[in-house]
Design a protein around this ligand. Structure first.
Ligand code: ADP
Length: 548
């Protein structure tokens, strides 16, 4: 027997309708690429998103067509999120920091029909456009006055002219909630990038889960500044969750340096922000150097890479900001877990409480996780056993766009739903807190035992002279692999190998101690802000450990 409840599909366009109807005067503030601050409301955003949908239809765009965006966090990008998905198109966000060959590959693989491009990215597109096979028009995300006269892109359109004159009265269509809404390619450190294709249903369910108090916990009283880019996994879903709850949004545009972010935090009274550790490193350094405090930020989500303990402590003790350590991936829309304490932790000694806070957190309802050994046997949830982390749920991918990579799922032994292998190695404790010990390809295998590169990096980054640290495994004749610590010093800081090893020796097991320390000018990062270990392995290919 079926229940007798309405089968209203979950559609992204309903989020902007809801925001405009119930939070119509709530502001969306953007630092624009052209320069200056733009402000308007959810009411204005909805009208312009509808105008965009009308303009797309006028250009002959059909439901299911992919529309590319190469853009920073700003109000026009926000309008595209709703305008494209709302008319049934697929909003394909592209990371401008990828290598040009990767961008060309992604645009062609997705068969993008239009490409919306922020002003400062037009020069890149000028160089690449002749290689795009399906793009009918590039649309400059600006007005005519700001468009340089000499842009050499055929069939170039201008955003403001495109929507100007459209009525903005479009009635959003109602369609199957499983319809594709958006597309994001994983950065693909090995092989070609693969597309993750989100649906309206998965996006709305993810937004509900993200809004929960023990997930991101944002509300109509929040002021949300996503530093995490809208071009990578939909800024962790914040543009949807904010509309769902009616939070004020503040978009930082292209200026992600400490000074620019700090200014927006203070001027716009931001209460909630989210980003990857490298962004926070820069902000903390800026605030420390200029003796500044944060007056309104209450929560900072740190995810995408492990949040170093020293960073969590600095936010907490020096700035009164609670860090929400979060884990996820493109394939998971991306939220998989967020770290909030439980009531019982209030009674725990500070040291034990902190140990829990370092973990990647608990999954919200909707994400199931388990860890397995090499043979696929489930391992105990005792906080000690570690194994491959598998996940499943309604906002987790079933497979990549156009079947790339084949069937990636692992069947459930008990006939339940299939599991997605995350490629991460983790523990899960009896309270549900998951802790990543490593990426399976980064773990260091020493004499048959595993050494966590993340733990070593965290320990090294607790040293005041270390700006950033990376650990890679290097071949060793006796032990198979041994850890090499690679360090970027803070400007003007003095530290040598012996002092660092000495520092680590009280923090990690003796057999974990790196066999050597190498200092570099800068630790390289991926286009999504992770330490680029493939590059480091390449850079140190000829390197021999002194112990080898
Ligand atoms: P990419 O496109 O680079 O794969 P993702 O954002 O999808 O970008 O990367 C997901 C991976 O990032 C995870 O599988 C995990 O290894 C790593 N990651 C994300 N958050 C954390 C975290 N809090 N701690 C440790 N690793 C993390």
């Amino acid at each position: 027997m079926f229940g007798l409840m309405q089968d209203r599909p979950l559609l992204i366009q309903q989020l902007i309708d809801h925001a405009a109807q119930n939070h119509g005067d709530t502001e969306i503030v953007s630092r624009t690429v052209e320069g200056g601050i733009h402000r308007y409301t959810y009411t204005d955003a909805r009208v312009r998103a509808k105008k965009m949908a009308e303009a797309l239809l006028a250009l002959g765009i059909e439901p299911g067509d992919r529309i590319g965006t190469l853009a920073w966090n700003g109000y026009r990008h926000f309008e595209l999120y709703y305008g494209i998905s709302g008319m049934g198109g697929v909003c394909h966000t592209i990371n401008p920091r990828l290598f040009p060959e990767q961008i060309v590959y992604i645009v062609n693989h997705a068969e993008d029909q239009l490409l919306f491009v922020d002003l400062n990215l037009l020069p890149m597109v000028e160089k690449l456009h002749s290689q795009f096979k399906t793009v009918r028009h590039v649309v400059a995300m600006t007005d005519r006055a700001h468009l340089p006269k000499d842009v050499e892109i055929p069939n170039l359109l201008v955003y403001e002219e495109l929507i100007e004159g459209q009525p903005g009265t479009y009635e959003w269509p109602v369609f199957d909630e499983r319809t594709a809404s958006s597309l994001c390619y994983t950065s693909g450190t090995t092989g070609n990038p693969k597309g993750v294709l989100y649906s309206h249903r998965s996006t709305v369910l993810h937004a509900y889960a993200a809004a929960l108090p023990d997930t991101l916990g944002i509300s109509a009283r929040s002021v949300v500044l996503p530093v995490v880019p809208m071009f990578h996994v939909n800024a962790w879903g914040l543009p949807y969750t904010a509309a769902m709850v009616g939070a004020k949004l503040v978009f930082p545009g292209v200026a992600l340096d400490g000074a620019s972010l700090y200014e927006l935090f203070e001027k716009e009274k931001v209460s909630f922000t989210a980003g990857v550790p490298t962004v926070w490193l820069a902000l903390l350094q800026y605030m420390q150097a200029n003796k500044l405090k944060l007056s309104t930020v209450k929560y900072a989500v740190i995810g995408g890479s492990a949040a170093p303990p020293a960073m969590i402590e600095a936010f907490d003790k020096e700035y009164g900001v609670e860090v929400l350590h979060a884990w996820g991936m493109s394939e998971m829309s991306p939220l998989g877990s967020v770290n909030h304490p439980k009531a019982k932790h209030a009674e725990w000694p500070e040291k034990d409480r902190f140990a829990v806070r370092l973990k990647q957190g608990r999954p919200p309802y909707g994400v199931e996780m388990k860890i397995v050994d090499d043979a696929g046997n489930e391992l105990p949830r005792d906080g000690k056993a570690f194994g491959d982390l598998l996940v499943r749920g309604p906002w987790i991918t079933n497979g990549y766009f156009k079947g790339e990579g084949g069937n990636v799922l692992r069947p459930d032994r008990h006939g339940g739903g299939d599991w997605f292998p995350t490629g991460d190695v983790a523990t899960i404790d009896p309270d549900g807190y998951m802790q990543i010990t490593d990426r399976s390809k980064d773990v260091i295998k020493s004499g048959g035992e595993w050494i966590s590169s993340i733990d070593l990096e965290n320990a090294a980054m607790a040293h005041p002279a270390v700006a950033e640290a990376a650990v890679i495994g290097v071949a060793h004749p006796k032990w198979d692999e041994r850890p090499l610590l690679i360090v970027q010093k803070k400007p003007d800081a003095a530290i040598d190998k012996a002092a660092l090893i000495e520092f680590l020796s009280t923090r990690v097991a003796k057999w974990w101690l790196p066999d050597d320390v190498q200092f570099v000018e800068a630790i390289p990062h991926t286009a999504t802000g992770k330490i680029l270990k493939t590059r480091l392995r390449e850079d140190f290919k000829a390197y021999k450990l002194p112990t080898a």
